[in-house]
Design a protein around this ligand. Structure first.
Ligand SMILES: CC(C)(COP(=O)(O)OP(=O)(O)OC[C@H]1O[C@@H](n2cnc3c(N)ncnc32)[C@H](O)[C@@H]1OP(=O)(O)O)[C@@H](O)C(=O)NCCC(=O)NCCS
Length: 177
């Protein structure tokens, strides 16, 4: 199908921190409505996240990518070395968020491609991602990309205890774009 939108995925610069924070908070609020407590979602602060993302981009230990649509950041992703000591995985997709109004435009797929490229550069041969169990959209997306279910565990976010599940690709070449 011909795409009617143009997309550009690029490495994030420090100046993108505010735009990333805007997408982060808006997407948490739309995607996690009903999953996380309303007061927790309402309390998310763009300025706190902007500061956090500025630090992450500046430190350089995670690779961060953004996608622009109509000259504005419509989504972002980050990844790097696996953080929790999961056996069999050295690389991790840490975060992937696309604004509700820009979903199903192929941005998620291109952001994963960018993170996988970064993992290759870091000589990390595989990738794991954690996703809320009750997030069917993201689970369908990772399953579409060929992710294999790894395991589940509880996660505490704010005051809520939820279940998260992981998907893995034992070889980055197994990601089906
Ligand atoms: C998950 C997410 C990143 C996917 O991004 P996206 O840009 O919409 O995904 P793409 O357009 O690249 O979709 C690629 C394929 O994944 C599958 N897919 C994506 N969204 C889907 C959905 N809602 N239902 C079923 N399949 C879906 C489709 O096969 C799609 O290909 P198609 O559109 O040609 O059919 C996006 O929905 C999102 O940000 N969700 C909210 C936040 C979130 O849950 N992030 C993940 C946290 S771990």
């Amino acid at each position: 199908m011909d795409r009617l939108w143009t997309q550009m995925v690029r490495p994030a610069a420090l100046d993108d921190a505010e735009g990333i924070a805007r997408v982060h908070v808006a997407t948490w609020r739309s995607a996690y409505r009903g999953l996380l407590p309303d007061d927790f979602l309402a309390s998310l602060s763009e300025s706190n996240y902007a500061e956090r993302w500025r630090r992450v981009i500046g430190e350089g230990s995670s690779r961060v990518y953004v996608v622009d649509e109509a000259d504005d950041i419509a989504g972002f992703a980050s990844g790097g070395r696996e953080r929790a000591g999961e056996i069999g995985f050295a690389g991790e997709l840490y975060a992937l968020y696309v604004l509700e109004g820009a979903q199903r435009h192929g941005h998620g797929r291109e952001l994963v491609r960018a993170v996988a490229g970064a993992l290759r550069e870091l000589e990390l041969p595989d990738m794991i991602v954690w996703v809320l169990r009750d997030n069917p959209t993201a689970r369908a997306f990772y399953e579409r990309l060929g992710g294999r279910y790894v395991r589940s565990q509880p996660i505490t976010i704010g005051n809520a205890t939820l279940e998260e599940v992981s998907y893995g690709w034992r070889d980055l070449g197994e990601i089906r774009y």
